[in-house]
Design a protein around this ligand. Sequence first.
Ligand code: ACM
Length: 264
Amino acid sequence: MKIGYYQFAPIFGEVEKNINRVRASLSSVDADLMVLPELFSTGYQFVSREEALELSEEVPTGPACRALMEIAAEKGMHIVAGLAERAGDRCYNSAVLIGPKGVIGTYRKTHLFFEETLWFTPGDTGFNVYNIGTARLGLMVCFDWYFPEAARTLALKGADILCHPSNLVLPNCPDAMITRCLENRVFSVTCNRTGYEERGGKPRLTFIGKSRMVSPRGEILATAPTDGDELAVVEIDPLRARDKGLNVHNDLFQARRPEMYDLK
Ligand code: ACM
């Protein structure tokens, strides 16, 4: 199975341009699964709830969804992409999973970062895993990485690959994903963006690039540069994520002792 990311710098508010850029870049790619950045079609730094609502789209009828459905059908691939989802008068920071036959699932970001809390409604979908035949995909969005429960929940629900659209501004996620993959024995594809946004007199947000794919053994399969576009594809065997055995005495999932964790 060939999996990859397309790291680039979306232009704020230029939905059609951003979609066309993705269309052009994916047209020649040979992959089964591609992950795009968080909010890939709108850009990131909204300055009001009204602006977020205006630029957001309904799933599956909005322009980004329709374009991704066309690309997925033409190429026979699956795509995970972050976008601003409108639902009535609410706006979610969502990730959609789209296959050759259309939208398979939507994940609404659980852990909103910084001013996202002002524009978006906290996600209500929970963490769901989608079986696309070749692999089981778990969706999470950017800041969810900071909460190990997100990746853990997806892994316990059977995810082989964490699909992780991102707009990272803090430096730690690329390295943290090594741990997320090690502790859960899963693959991850974190697709970040590059560039910066500085809108409405707000502090500049510089995105760190460094999109990354990691194996269940914590091996780095690809890392993008801090600046500049990168489209990377690697070949994996997703079934490697189903073996949770560390040695003959420790299966990482069997060895869990939830009765000792006293969570909540
Ligand atoms: C983030 O969640 N976009 C940092």
